[in-house]
Structure formats: structure tokens, C-alpha cells
Design a protein around this ligand. Structure first.
Ligand code: HEM
Length: 416
């Protein structure tokens, strides 16, 4: 167990990461012929891991921890201080149980209903317009869905503001400079707004419906039996709102997929839930979103004859694992049908992380994402007619998050 780990030669590969984006780890995995290798990014040593086995090791409890793993700038804009993403052990478990407590079947059914209602309303508006930019429309619609589902109604004007600030948080996730500061400023503004709301709930001046995120999180007791401080409640409610708005990116890719694959669109005409899910899973597998997740080794251990020392920074390759030829046949082709006999595996389809929800950091909102996408796919593929005017539908593999350049313009939208 003393083999030397393959190394990405050179002093620093930050530029490579910026240039190659989502394919940074995959490219090196291929050239070094190894699912694990060492590199240097932003002046620091890191190991990169990719593939099914790597995912299993990464998500086996106690192998890795999140303490000090995410760069400070990501915590300041995307996650929020003391958020579930940064916690380990008991504290993480308690917080994650709180987050998962709003994901019951009943609550998810309610979410589907809310989503359908807002689609219907939004289509009414679209029918009066010449053309729309799908990405912008979806951000606002999803923000409304998030507000209603999480338990607080807001006025139209405030809503527009909120949708903008929340999207700036995830759009700036990988940026430095002015865009990063925009994201950081957005977080400060929204946290302030959210803290006032939570204070009103704690003071019983405002009563959100039973079982909603605002209701549950405001009253939640931590592992020591104490209420969370207001700032932490705000951070976790934003952890629900922000990524729901971010589903607008995936809805852009859903639209792109049906525009670029008319044969696959046709198959959706008589689709059942399973067909919609296969299509949605292929969109989540195929298109880029988060490139990797970061953690630190929680102890010294050995994997594939390589020693990994406690505290080593590790990046798990989400995009590359979703495009891994050892897992997926013809990985660079868009084929929803590949999921027909798929035996669900917690370590292969990992656009939203892998492993378990409670004992690990797998995305708390995966079900929310799937269901909102399935409802939206039915509208886009089956319930609407529209024209797709000349536009730049391409997207970059080094833009994080990547979104089609035109944000998808649809013209003359009509109900079928
Ligand atoms: C964590 C992706 C939507 C809530 C994560 C992680 C990824 C991810 C990659 C990190 C996994 C890890 O650290 O190991 C996505 C993508 C989404 C999405 C691509 C599509 C828009 C959502 C939604 C919600 C949500 C809709 C809430 C309703 C969370 C939370 C965590 C998380 C709370 C932290 C979990 C933890 O640290 O234990 N997501 N997510 N996400 N996501 Fe999502």
C-alpha cells in the first residue's frame, strides 16, 4: 500500500481548471489512466477522484468530512455560514433530518400541484406575448413556487427582487471579482430579509402553514435541544429557496433537449411517469451543473493501494462520473432509453451527489428537482406549441453554472 499516486505534473493547474471546466478531472483521468490522481489548484494540493468506486469511497460515512473543505468564497455566496453543507457528524445528521422533514410524499404531492398551477397561470401570460426568454420566466415562476411551498406569500414586486437575488447567489458560485461580490451582496440582502421574517414567526406575528419549511425550521431544535439561531434558520430556508430557483437552469436544458432531439420528444406523447423520469434523469446526467464536490479526508486511509492522509483536500468528479464510459454506454450521446432497465445505484448518477441523504451530503432537494422537472417536461413537450426562432443555443463547458447562451427564446406560445 505504498504506491505513489499518479500526479498531474506542474506547479499549479488553476488555469487548466478555468479553461477545461467540467472536463478538468475527466481529461486528466484519461491521460493519467487513473481514477485518482494528485493535482494543485489555487496553490493547494488536492486529490481528484472519479467513477463509481471513487463515489462509494467518498460517500462512505467517516471517510471524508466537510469542515474547512469549501473555499470561503463559496460559503460566503452559495452556502451561507454554518449551513448544512459545512457540517459533519451529529450536527450534520440533526440538521439534515430537519431539511428532509419537509420532503414527505404528501409535501411533494403538494409541490407538484403548486407547480402545475403556476404553469397554467404562466401560460396564460405567455399567450399574450410575442416571445419569451425561458430562463428569466422560469426563475420568477420557480421563486413563486418556492415561496408558496415554503410557507410565505410575497408581493409581486418583492418577488421579482427575490428571484433576482437568489439567482445571483448560484450564478456567482464559481466566480471571483465583481460577480462574486454581487453574489455575496445578494446573500447579505436576502439573509436580512429572511431573518426579519423568521423573527416575526418566532414572535407569533406571522404563522406559516403547518409542515412548511418556514414553520418547521423556525421551531426546530438542534442536537442539544435548542432552537437554531435566527441566522442559521435563514441560511437553511435560503437553502430551499435558492436551489428551487436554480432548477430554471435544468428547465432550460429540458427545453434544449426536446428542441435538439425531436425523436425523443415524440416518444413523450404517451409518456407515463417512468418515461418522464428517464428523460429527466438523462438531462441531469448529460448536461453540466456542478462539476465536483469538495471534502477533506477524515482519517488516514488506503484506497487502490494509495495512501490518503487525514485532511487531504479531495474533489469528487460529478460531471466526469456522469460521463464515465465504464458506467454509461456511449456516454456522450443523449439517450433517455438507457434508463429503461437501470438498477438504481446511489453511486453512478450523481449530478446532485451520491450515497445516502441522512448519513451524507447527498442533495436534500433531489426529489423536489425530479418532480418539478417532470411536471415542466410534460408542459414543454406535450401541452404547448411554440416556435424556436434563430438563436445561439450553445453552452460552454467551462462556464459554471453553464446555461445555453440565448437562455432559450420561445415565440408564439399556444396551448395545444
Ligand atoms: C446539496 C446539486 C437542487 C437542496 C447538493 C449537492 C449537489 C447538489 C451537487 C452537494 C452534494 C455533496 O455535497 O455531496 C443540485 C442540483 C440541483 C439541486 C444540480 C438542481 C437545481 C436542490 C433543491 C434543493 C436542494 C431544489 C432544495 C429544495 C440542497 C441542500 C444540500 C444540497 C440542502 C446540502 C445537503 C447536505 O450538505 O447534506 N445539491 N441540487 N438542492 N442541495 Fe441540491
Amino acid at each position: 500500500a505504498n504506491n505513489e499516486m499518479p500526479k498531474d505534473e506542474g506547479i499549479d493547474h488553476t488555469l487548466g481548471l478555468l479553461e477545461e471546466g467540467y472536463k478538468f478531472i475527466l481529461n486528466r483521468r484519461r491521460s493519467l489512466k487513473s481514477e485518482i490522481f494528485e493535482t494543485r489548484i489555487l496553490g493547494k494540493k488536492a486529490i481528484c477522484m472519479s467513477g463509481r468506486d471513487a463515489t462509494e469511497i467518498f460517500y462512505t460515512p467517516d471517510n471524508f468530512k466537510r469542515e474547512n473543505a469549501a473555499p470561503n468564497r463559496v460559503v460566503q455566496s452559495l452556502f451561507g455560514k454554518n449551513s448544512v453543507q459545512t457540517l459533519d457528524g451529529e450536527e450534520h445528521r440533526n440538521r439534515k433530518e430537519m431539511l428532509m422533514s419537509i420532503m414527505s410524499d404528501e409535501r411533494i404531492d403538494q409541490l407538484k400541484e403548486i407547480t402545475k398551477q403556476f404553469w397554467e397561470k404562466t401560460i396564460d401570460e405567455w399567450e399574450t406575448k410575442y416571445e419569451i426568454i425561458l430562463y428569466d420566466e422560469m426563475k420568477e415562476m420557480l421563486c413563486k413556487i418556492a415561496c408558496v411551498w415554503a410557507g410565505v406569500l410575497v408581493e409581486e414586486e418583492e418577488l421579482r427582487w427575490l428571484a433576482k437575488e437568489l439567482s445571483e447567489m448560484y450564478e456567482s458560485a464559481a466566480s471571483i471579482g465583481p460577480t462574486h461580490w454581487k453574489g455575496r451582496n445578494a446573500r447579505n440582502q436576502v439573509e436580512k430579509w429572511m431573518k426579519e421574517l423568521i423573527q416575526k414567526i418566532r414572535d407569533k406575528k406571522l404563522i406559516p402553514p403547518e409542515g412548511t419549511a418556514l414553520h418547521k425550521f423556525s421551531l426546530h431544535k438542534d442536537e442539544n435541544g435548542e432552537l437554531l439561531d435566527i441566522e442559521t434558520v435563514a441560511v437553511e430556508v435560503i437553502n430551499i429557496y435558492r436551489p428551487i430557483v436554480a432548477i430554471s437552469v435544468y428547465i432550460n436544458f429540458l427545453a434544449l433537449a426536446i428542441i435538439e432531439h425531436p425523436d425523443e420528444k415524440k416518444k413523450l406523447k404517451k409518456a407515463d411517469d417512468k418515461d418522464f423520469e428517464m428523460f429527466v434523469n438523462e438531462v441531469r446526467r448529460f448536461y453540466p451543473f456542478f462539476p465536483f464536490v469538495a471534502a477533506r479526508a477524515n482519517r488516514d486511509f488506503t484506497w487502490k493501494d494509495y495512501k490518503i492522509k487525514k485532511d487531504t483536500l479531495a474533489l469528487l468528479d460529478l460531471y466526469g462520473t456522469n460521463h464515465d464510459g465504464d458506467i454509461w454506454e456511449d456516454p456522450e450521446a443523449f439517450k433517455p432509453g438507457r434508463f429503461i432497465d437501470w438498477k438504481e445505484d446511489r453511486f453512478t448518477l450523481i449530478p446532485q451527489g451520491g450515497g445516502d441523504y441522512l448519513s451524507g451530503h447527498r442533495c436534500a432537494g433531489e426529489k423536489v428537482t425530479l418532480e418539478i422537472m417532470k411536471v415542466s417536461l410534460d408542459y414543454l413537450a406535450n401541452k404547448l406549441d411554440f416556435e424556436v426562432p434563430e438563436q445561439d443555443l450553445s453552452f460552454e463547458l467551462n462556464d459554471i453554472p453553464s446555461i445555453p447562451h440565448s437562455r432559450i427564446i420561445l415565440r408564439n406560445i399556444r396551448r395545444k
